[in-house]
Design a protein around this ligand. Sequence first.
Ligand code: BES
Ligand code: MN
Ligand code: ZN
Length: 496
Amino acid sequence: MDFLVSSNAVESLNTSALVLTVNEQLELDSQGQQIDALCKGAISAHLKAGDIQGKLGQTLLLHNLANLKAQRVLLVGIGKDAELSDRSARKLVSAILNNVKSLSIKDAALAFADVKFKERNAYSSARLIAECLADGLYVFDQFKSEKAPAINLSAITFVCTSEQQEAVEKACLQGQAIASGMAFTRDLGNMPPNICHPRYLAEQAQELSKQHKNLSVEVLEEEQLKELGAGALLAVAQGSDQPARMIIMNYQGADDKTKQPYVLVGKGITFDSGGISLKPGAGMDEMKYDMGGAASVLGVFKTLTELQLPINVIGVLTCAENMPSGGATRPGDIVTTMSGQTVEILNTDAEGRLVLCDALTYVKRFNPQAVVNIATLTGACIVALGSSTSGLMGNNPELVQSLLHAGKQASDVAWELPLFDEYQELLDSPFADIANIGGPKAGSITAGCFLSRFTKDYPWAHLDIAGTAWISGGKDKGATGRPVPLLTQYLLDRAQ
Ligand code: BES
Ligand code: MN
Ligand code: ZN
């Protein structure tokens, strides 16, 4: 599906469906009024007759309007708010898509030039709409014998003013690139764990690098990880038949190849059974998405290479499968991390921090401007923040602020949790330098504290996406593609 942008007069648009908005006062915007005048008030006649109330997401389809080149007009309600929130925007898009899908419409034009979004200008409104439209067309039916019905929609045109044109074109390009990164992330998260194992993630990274000259990929195998002293990552993998992998992606977009890179580190547990500290059976299948951090880094690289942003970015995917076996780590085992610090593994289900800590030590060699790690790290984060907000912690207030801001801009929000020193002592171990769990209190924060022991040499932040990367149970079960929008926005802001 393509996005087109046109500042031609609405009435001249030759389209299968012209989409107009109406609010709860039954008012059309200026583009709508133009159309209504052209077809001699046919639309306002429907409004007067009470055919639609303008409630958010309500739709009315009109055919054969006089003097219009458009085959149909689709009226959509935008509610009573003077300004649409992001949530309302999503509802609006999903109402449009439901119609477009069920009517098998081949192209549509959105006359949204006047629609006001809370705290968004024309560019950022159009980007959100474009991203939601493209993401809303995502399907994952690879393993179904009967495929989802084909979607006929080949183009959506944004009808805007000539002043808005340039901004809206940029918005469409970026919104679509973000959605394509999200689709990649969603595919990987939805993929079954018998297929999506650490070697599969390595192949995906390599495949992407083949398509782009300025992206190179290096895959560290267990032999090399042993030499590097990645004792924590290897300890997690040792109960599984799948070998660990550390995958390093190097995107050089800046003219100056030596410019300090931004570094993204993703947790890539392709299945988290808990290990010897085995998880309960119910819902364990969902732990295939415990590589959501790594998948989001791959998604961001897809977006990044499509947009060819002029910055240098390193992505590190730290991958293993966490399984119980006769060779698995036991509660009580002590391992030596790449940093030299020793860790007492009190719970083998707190494995994310173990695979991350060695990657966080490894990335020092890149002399990073900033390091952001992304991980489905703690169930406690879902308890604290639910499924709409990612947890954020860090050692550098400026970096934390930039990420919070990027999240708001991209409608992919995060909220900061404190990494006060007082929490650090919860990780004391009588036998090693650190324990890998901090007891029942403040579980997301103690996980952050654990990571902070390995990130003292650079500005660092940690995104806990346990609640946001996946929708549990129900009919919408599956990967969400988050936090690709947040991370892309952060990088777009750096590229300015
Ligand atoms: N991958 C899980 C965290 C998780 C739980 C993500 C539920 C998404 C949904 C992580 O490896 C884990 O098991 N964490 C433990 C930590 C505990 C043992 C300290 C948890 O959250 O229970
Ligand atoms: Mn776990
Ligand atoms: Zn895990």
